[in-house]
Design a protein around this ligand. Structure first.
Ligand SMILES: Cc1cc2nc3c(=O)[nH]c(=O)nc-3n(C[C@H](O)[C@H](O)[C@H](O)COP(=O)(O)O)c2cc1C
Length: 272
């Protein structure tokens, strides 16, 4: 439902031009309106609201006054420092992330882009050390069973040392992190594979901008897929699947320099 304030609208049609779903058209009087039979295609992306120079558009109940004005962006050099200095942190302090930082991190999740602006993503932030301990213990128990059964050696033939460490009770999966965040999507979401990774990539960089440490927990994704007790503890609705997991907390390690990774080939596309 898109409402246009007729007193504010200056008929510039920026909203019409910016509507990716093309549901807005100028009416006979020049004031844009949603074409009724196309309304169902509106993704509630709020571009019409954001682009309007006069604040004339209300989108699905969200008014222009509720939306932030543009703030100062990090300059490209700061962004590059962030990308270059972000490290996978595998040594964490056993201290909770301050609640004001935690709230900002959680608030930022709303701006994750998703395929077709599907807002059915679910995030689970594990804040309580007792909950982390449950995931750690249950995953360890499951993995030890799988290792004993021989399955793990078949699935991960190159990971012998890793499997030995799991058998010895070392937390090589959750890295003693005080917190983690899991992103889950409905199995019928248009971009169910991409959405969780993109959302947590944004979270990752934002968390590191606070000086926090983060680490992707690829194995955690498998653990949630394999183990119903882990899913139950999350209270994951049926039809949902955990798509990405990221560990985070205060780092116990400091890197006095960035790495210098081997560049990926970047080719100029085209049929030259
Ligand atoms: C999809 C994905 C899954 C990953 N899973 C794990 C993991 O399960 N455990 C871990 O310690 N690191 C994991 N990593 C971190 C990578 O090992 C790390 O990004 C890589 O070694 C480069 O190090 P850097 O992130 O410090 O630059 C994962 C990274 C990605 C992108």
């Amino acid at each position: 439902m898109i409402e246009i304030d007729r007193d504010r609208c200056v008929k510039c049609h920026e909203c019409v031009r910016d509507c990716a779903a093309e549901v807005l058209r100028p009416g006979p009087d020049g004031i844009p309106a949603v074409v009724p039979e196309l309304e169902k295609y509106c993704m509630n992306c709020q571009h019409c609201l954001a682009v309007c120079p006069k604040g004339a558009v209300t989108c699905h109940g969200t008014t222009p006054d509720q939306c932030a004005r543009p703030g100062r962006l990090p300059d490209p050099e700061s962004m590059f420092h962030l990308i270059r200095q972000r490290r996978s942190i595998r040594r964490f302090r056993q201290a909770p992330v301050p609640s004001e930082v935690m709230e900002k991190l959680k608030d930022s999740l709303a701006w994750s882009p998703t395929g077709c602006n599907d807002h059915r993503l679910l995030f689970y932030v594990i804040e309580d050390p007792a909950d982390m301990e449950f995931y750690r213990q249950e995953t360890g128990r499951m993995l030890r069973l799988m290792i004993r059964s021989g399955i793990m050696r078949l699935v991960y033939p190159g990971y012998k040392r890793f499997l030995r460490e799991i058998m010895n009770g070392k937390d090589v999966i959750f890295r003693s992190a005080p917190h983690m965040i899991a992103a889950a999507t409905p199995k019928d979401a248009p971009c169910r594979e991409a959405d969780p990774w993109i959302a947590l990539s944004y979270f990752d960089l934002f968390a590191q901008s606070f000086g926090l440490g983060t680490c992707w927990c690829g194995f955690g994704v498998h653990a949630f897929r394999w183990n119903r007790r882990l899913r139950r503890r999350l209270n994951l609705p049926s039809g949902y699947r955990v798509g990405a997991v990221l560990l985070f907390g205060e780092p116990e390690v400091h890197y006095p320099r960035a790495t210098r990774p081997e560049p990926f080939p970047v080719r100029i596309g085209g049929n030259l």
